[in-house]
Design a protein around this ligand. Structure first.
Ligand code: SF4
Length: 655
C-alpha cells in the first residue's frame, strides 16, 4: 500500500497519442520525496543535457507534491518542470489552486508529457479514463475562457483546468500556465506547453488518498491550523505590512503600497519615485481596489485568502494575487486602475505578470533611445496606457516587433543589437526580475540571487528577516518565540545585526553567517517544493506554521517513511545537488552566478567573490559551483558523479 502518494504516474506521448499508467518506485520517494525532487530525477534520467526546450524529447512534467491532497493545510502546489526556453536551464514553477489535489484524487502523482501533438489538443483526465481530445475550437481563446468552455463542453463544473492562452500557443518565452486560482508563470513553461500542442489539462478525481497514521496526522494538521490562528492574531511588529502575517504577500487585502511604490523602480526598472505615496493616492487606490475586488479567495484547503476575484466593469472576471497588482502599473508609470484592467487581458493571454511588463517597458526605453524606431511601432497609440495594450497584443501574437520581444529582454536585446544589451539590465541568468534596486549590498540576498536554482528572487527568500530591527528590545521580542530556527545560533545573528556600523551590511552578517542563513532558507523552499506545500505557509513568511522541526513528523505520519530532521536535511541536500548537477550539465558555471548588475548601488567585488567561495565550499562544490564527486557519493548520487566525470566536467574543472 502506498501512503500520501498514489504510486502511479501518467505518461503521455503526444507524438503517438499513447497514454500509459505507470507504477513508480517507492525507493525514489524515500530518496527525493515527491514534487520537485522526483521531477528532477526524471529530468536527469530521461532528458539528455543537449536537448533543446522545444525538442519533442524535452519532457514537460506536471507533478503534485508528496503531501498534496492530504488534509495538511496549504498542501496544494503543482510543480511544473521542464527545460526553460528563457534560461535554457532547468525551469520549474509552482502553482497553487486546486489542480494538484484533484490529480491525486484522480489516482496520479504526476503527468509526464513527451513528444509533440501534430494538432492542438487538450487532455481530459477523469479518474481512470484519460483521453487526448481535439482543441482546435479553442485555438486563440483566453486561458480563463478556455477553462470555462471546457467545463461546459464536458458538463463537469468541478473539473480543474490548467490552460494556456495565446502567448503559450505562440511560444512566447514569458508565457504562463493559468489555472483559475493560480498560475505557473515564471521561466516560460507555458511556451513549452504550447510547443507540445497542449491547450489544457483537465482533471476530475473522486478517489481517496491513504495515510499511514491518519489519527496522528489529523492532530498535526489541527496544530498547524491553531498556530495559523495565533499568528494571525499576533502580526510581527516592525516589518512592512505584507510581511507581518502568513500567506503569500496579501496584496489584495492590503492597500498600503508606500513601500513598494517608493522602493521598487518604475518603467524599465529605472526610476524611483520617492515621494509618490501620499494620503490622496492611498485613498484613490483604496477606492479602486475595493471597487473591483469582489471577494478574497484561497487555494485548496487553506484559510489564508491570498488572492481575490477581480471584476472590473466591462471586462470579464479574473483572479489576481500578489505583486502583479503593481507590475503593469509601475512599468507604465500609470495608476492602479490601469493595473487591474490590463492584468485581466494579460491573464487571458497567459503571460507572466512579472516579466511581461518589464519587456514592454524595455521596448519603450529602446524607442526613446532611438534603438528601436517609429517603424517598429507603426500604429502604436501615443498615450501611455494605450501603448502598453498595443504592445501586449503584438507580443502574444508575435507580430512585428512583438515577435522579437516575445523572446524576453535578454534574447530580444541580442537580436536587436545596437547597444540594446545595456537596456536588458534586470536579469538573472537571462530571466527578468522584479524591479527592485537598493543601495547597500546585502550579503544574504547577494548569495540567494546569484546562486538560486529557481532563478527567481521572490521565491528564494524566507524565514530570516530581510533587514535588522532597529532596537535591541525589538530583536529580543522577535527571537522569544522563534521556534522555527534550525539552530539557536540564528538568534544571535539577528540580535547582533545593526542598521549601521561594524555589524551592518555588507560585512554583517559575516560571510559564514550569510551562507548559514541562505542554506536554511533554501532548505525550506526545497522541502516545500517536494511536498507541495505553499511557501506562504512555510518557507516565505516569518514564523510560519511548518518548519524543519515539525516537517519530519508530518512526512512520517503521512507516508510511513521513517523520517527525522537529519534525514530530511539529507533529502534536501540530495535534491539541491541533483538540480545543480542538471544545470551544470547544461553549462551553468560560476560566471553565470550574479545578481542584476545594478541591483545595488554599492557593490563589493572582493566580498562577493568570498561569499561565492564560501557558499560553494559549504555545499561541497568546487570553485565553479560544480558538486564534487565526494559530495555526490555521500548523497547516493554516485551515478551523477560518474556521468559528470565521463563528460569531463568534474575531472577538467574541479579545483
Ligand atoms: S497561503 Fe495563500 S497562496 Fe498559499 S495556499 Fe494559502 S491561499 Fe494559497
Amino acid at each position: 500500500m502506498r501512503y500520501a502518494e498514489t504510486g502511479y504516474n501518467l505518461e503521455i506521448d503526444l507524438s503517438r497519442g499513447n497514454i500509459e499508467r505507470v507504477e513508480t518506485d517507492p525507493r525514489l520517494t524515500e530518496l527525493h520525496l515527491g514534487g520537485l525532487g522526483t521531477n528532477s530525477k526524471i529530468l536527469w534520467d530521461r532528458v539528455p543535457p543537449d536537448t533543446e526546450p522545444f525538442s519533442p524529447d524535452n519532457l514537460l512534467i506536471f507533478s503534485t507534491g508528496l503531501l498534496c491532497g492530504t488534509p495538511a493545510p496549504g498542501a496544494n502546489r503543482t510543480i511544473v518542470t521542464t527545460y526553460s526556453p528563457q534560461t535554457l536551464l532547468m525551469g520549474y514553477s509552482m502553482m497553487g489552486g486546486f489542480w494538484a489535489p484533484e490529480l491525486k484524487y484522480a489516482g496520479y502523482d504526476k503527468v509526464i508529457f513527451r513528444g509533440k501533438s501534430p494538432n492542438l489538443v487538450y487532455v481530459w483526465i477523469n479518474n481512470d479514463k484519460v483521453e487526448i481530445r481535439d482543441a482546435s475550437h479553442l485555438r486563440g481563446k483566453g486561458a480563463v475562457e478556455t477553462a470555462e468552455l471546457i467545463r461546459q463542453e464536458l458538463k463537469e463544473s468541478k473539473a480543474q483546468v490548467a490552460a494556456i492562452g495565446l502567448a503559450g500557443e505562440n511560444r512566447v518565452y514569458t508565457a504562463s500556465i493559468e489555472q483559475g486560482r493560480s498560475s505557473a508563470s515564471r521561466l516560460g513553461l507555458g511556451a513549452v506547453m504550447g510547443d507540445k500542442g497542449i491547450k489544457a489539462i483537465v482533471v476530475r478525481g473522486t478517489k481517496d488518498i491513504n495515510l499511514a497514521r491518519p489519527a496522528e496526522y489529523m492532530e498535526l494538521c489541527n496544530e498547524v491550523l491553531k498556530y495559523i490562528k495565533v499568528r494571525e492574531e499576533h502580526p510581527v511588529p516592525g516589518v512592512m505590512t505584507i510581511l507581518q502575517g502568513l500567506g503569500s504577500p496579501q496584496e489584495m487585502k492590503h492597500v498600503d503600497e508606500e513601500w513598494h511604490t517608493q522602493n521598487f523602480m518604475w518603467g524599465n526598472a529605472r526610476t524611483r519615485k520617492k515621494d509618490y505615496w501620499n494620503k490622496e493616492v492611498e485613498q484613490k487606490w483604496k477606492e479602486t481596489q475595493e471597487m473591483v475586488r469582489t471577494r478574497l479567495i484561497s487555494c485548496y484547503n487553506c484559510p489564508m485568502k491570498c488572492g481575490a476575484i477581480i471584476s472590473v466593469p466591462g471586462i470579464s472576471t479574473y483572479m489576481m494575487k500578489c505583486f502583479s497588482k503593481l507590475t503593469y502599473t509601475m512599468a507604465a508609470y500609470s495608476d492602479l486602475d490601469f493595473g487591474f484592467r490590463i492584468a485581466q487581458r494579460a491573464t487571458e493571454y497567459g503571460v507572466d505578470g512579472f516579466s511581461t511588463p518589464q519587456v514592454m517597458a524595455f521596448a519603450f526605453e529602446l524607442k526613446d533611445a532611438g534603438i528601436l524606431t517609429d517603424a517598429d511601432f507603426a500604429g502604436c497609440p501615443s498615450d501611455n496606457e494605450g501603448k502598453f495594450y498595443w504592445l501586449l497584443d503584438r507580443i502574444v501574437r508575435r507580430e512585428g516587433i512583438g515577435d522579437v520581444l516575445a523572446n524576453g529582454t535578454y534574447w530580444a536585446a541580442q537580436q536587436i543589437g545596437k547597444g540594446a544589451e545595456e537596456y536588458a539590465h534586470n536579469n538573472i541568468k537571462k530571466h527578468e526580475q522584479l524591479p527592485l534596486k537598493l543601495g547597500m549590498l546585502n550579503p544574504v540576498y547577494f548569495l540567494m540571487y546569484a546562486t538560486g536554482e529557481k532563478i527567481n528572487i521572490t521565491q528564494i527568500e524566507g524565514q530570516f528577516p530581510q533587514s535588522p530591527f532597529p532596537t535591541m528590545e525589538e530583536r529580543e521580542a522577535f527571537i522569544k518565540d522563534w521556534i522555527q530556527v534550525p539552530d539557536e545560533k540564528f538568534k544571535q545573528y539577528l540580535l547582533d545585526w545593526e542598521l549601521r556600523g561594524e555589524r551592518s551590511n555588507p560585512y554583517y552578517p559575516t560571510v559564514d553567517m550569510s551562507v548559514d542563513i541562505v542554506d536554511w532558507q533554501e532548505m525550506m523552499h526545497y522541502i516545500d517544493d517536494a511536498l507541495g506545500v505553499c511557501a506562504g505557509l512555510s518557507s516565505f513568511p516569518l514564523k510560519p506554521p511548518y518548519h524543519i522541526h515539525n516537517y519530519p513528523t508530518f512526512i512520517s505520519s503521512a507516508t510511513g517513511i521513517d523520517m527525522d530532521e537529519a534525514g530530511l536535511k539529507q533529502v534536501y541536500r540530495r535534491n539541491r545537488n541533483l538540480i545543480r548537477a542538471i544545470n551544470v550539465r547544461r553549462g551553468l558555471r560560476r560566471v553565470d552566478e550574479k545578481p542584476p548588475e545594478d541591483h545595488w548601488k554599492k557593490r563589493f567585488p572582493e566580498l562577493e567573490e568570498k561569499l561565492l567561495d564560501a557558499y560553494y565550499k559549504f555545499k561541497g562544490w568546487n570553485n565553479q559551483g560544480i558538486p564534487t564527486k565526494e559530495t555526490l557519493q555521500e548523497l547516493e548520487l554516485g551515478y551523477i558523479a560518474e556521468d559528470l566525470e565521463q563528460r569531463g566536467i568534474i575531472k577538467n574543472e574541479q579545483g
